[in-house]
Write a protein that binds this ligand. Sequence first.
Ligand SMILES: [Zn+2]
Length: 394
Amino acid sequence: MNLFDKSGEIRVTAFKDQCDKFHRLIDDGNVYFITNGCIKPANKQYSQLKNDYEMTFTGETMVQLCDEDDNGGIPEIKFDLIPISQVSNMENKEAVDTIGICKEVGELQTFTSRTTNKELKKRELTLVDMSNAAVTLTLWGDEAVNFDGHVQPVILVKGSHVNEFNGEKSLNMSWGSILKINPDIPEAHRLRVWFDNGGADNIVSVWRGGASFSSELITLKDAYLRNLGSGDRLNYFQCIAIVQNVIQPNSFYKACPQMYCNKKVVDEGDGQYRCEPCGTVSPNFKYFLRVKIKISDYTSDREVICFGKIAEQLLRHTTDEVVEASENDPDRALKIFTDPNYTSYIFKLSCKKIVYEGNVMNTLTAQSMTPFNCKEYNKYLIKEINRMQNIAAS
Ligand SMILES: [Zn+2]
């Protein structure tokens, strides 16, 4: 647990007996007298608190709840609030306290942890503030389930952690993080007034659904001219493009039935399927979508591969429905594969070099597809024009 007083904060650990003894007594938000704790240098690997020491409870430790009268001198939790615009300059895993308006709220997502096999629940919020920036904050567990963002509340977080993924930085609630909704502090009231008067209308750096302009928005021709994906590393970029056509043949394959392996299996011919990467042979397989599409913008066109969930999003049907139609209902399949034509998306693409039969090729894979929103894009363009005018003027 983390303790705070008017001078600062400290991490406290109670092991075995002490844990059993105290865990029912101690509750979030209460004030306690603590005597005979043992102080030692902090293990910074586990603690993000601003204290060089931490406390351990021992057999001698006493914990006593303070009455209302006693805690007059002890302030609320201390926050070291930073503007959201600064998050992009922070290091991965660094602790962040910040406050912003929840401009957008994502759906609750449920998935199974790869490492523990436990079911996890999360929800992503988009926070904005007067620094004219936006950041994604991920809530977990009950906090994610119970969160109601439709009223666009003020959100204050303490001890959230910077999470860097594909060069984009977001905030993550983790053990010891604190979330306050509509806290009664002056910063919150200022934000409310600013937001309710349209202050955040021009903030477009985060797009609902995970796509964001923090990886560069360029044209297909730019991507070609810059030789993206020609080196040994994956490159990422975003482009606004239209789906020209979807290639129907070979749009799915028999894949390894293991949950996180989507590799093609080898049909052994005796009712067994072998997965080379997993080194397993099993009597079943699952179908997995691998759909090639051609996309174009005003500069060029390119072939892009959509896998799994993204292919389902594109075709607006589940894998089973696509396989069923492809095998048994040619008319329906044709409709499924032509319906996506001429729809616009913001594609987030990864770009990499592959060597196939001695030829070096460059393939694009869709990482996400966000339906294109003209209004939001206009805001982005206006912001860009203003930025360029400022450069020209200075
Ligand atoms: Zn496998």
